[in-house]
Design a protein around this ligand. Structure first.
Ligand code: OAD
Length: 227
């Protein structure tokens, strides 16, 4: 089976009702990214960050996977589909995809604030001030914040390096190291990008499908059948 590697960003979940970050009405218009998504923010005001992610977690469970998520899961019948997502939601899982790497963490998990290896499934539960890990330290969201390393990056690079086909969906390609992953695609590997407002300055080999995730993945399915 051919291996399709799919890099997804916030636009993947937009049609499920989850706000992106940098579009108009994006989350970073309402919130200061450094206050709610950086390690400095956590040190300064952990209560605010807990509230912010509790709200995101609650909203995530009010949303459903969209047509794009569902079609990617269905593609596993014909392809070895590997998803590398910047999204912290669990919509790829809930759509039925089975190979998913979360570069920026997962809302449905909490972890110790002193030992990143103590990770707990919390589903839709809130994390409150005073909730502690077994070592006695405050629990925090299992999210990679600005100023922190991206532990899954090495594995993600290997996956992209082994792609037969690469597809990028719904990311402004603003945030590194994730945005650099496309450059690891092997020579000759077709690269598709699905986004109604594609980023500028894409490498020449990228074939743009200027559509939303649902219609875009539908088009992708047609195109990859011919590769
Ligand atoms: P952005 O908000 O930067 O970009 C979203 C992209 O989705 C844009 O290029 C939009 O044009 C596109 N888009 C909007 N609607 C779409 C639709 N219906 N279908 C497909 N695409 C659509 O989000 P990311 O690139 O994912 O990190 O942001 C990267 C990281 O920045 C996030 O993981 C988050 C954020 O700060 C952290 O918080 C650590």
């Amino acid at each position: 089976m051919k291996q399709i590697v799919v890099l997804t960003g916030a636009g993947m979940s937009a049609e499920s009702g989850i706000r992106t970050f940098r579009d108009s009405n994006g989350l970073w218009e309402e919130y200061d990214v450094m206050e709610v998504a950086s390690i400095e923010g956590w040190r300064k005001n952990p209560e605010l960050m807990l509230r912010f992610y509790n709200e995101r977690r609650k909203q995530m469970y009010e949303c459903l996977p969209n047509k794009g998520h569902l079609l990617l899961a269905e593609m596993e019948k014909d392809f070895d589909v590997k998803i590398v997502t910047q999204n912290v939601d669990n919509l790829h899982e809930r759509a039925g995809s089975t190979h998913i790497i979360h570069l920026h963490g997962e809302l449905s998990k909490a972890r110790s604030s002193v030992d990143p290896n103590h990770i707990y499934d919390i589903g839709d539960k809130a994390i409150n001030p005073g909730d502690k890990c077994e070592k006695g330290s405050q629990l925090r969201p299992h999210i990679v914040w600005f100023g922190e390393e991206v532990p899954a990056m090495e594995e993600a690079v290997k996956i992209v390096e082994s792609a037969d086909i690469l597809c990028i969906i719904g990311t402004s390609l603003n945030v590194y190291p994730a945005a650099g992953l496309l450059h690891y695609a092997p020579y000759g590997c077709p690269i598709y990008l699905i986004d109604p407002n594609p980023p500028f300055d894409l490498p020449k080999r990228v074939q743009v499908i200027a559509k939303g995730a649902g219609a875009g993945v539908e088009e992708l399915v047609k195109r990859v059948k011919q590769v």
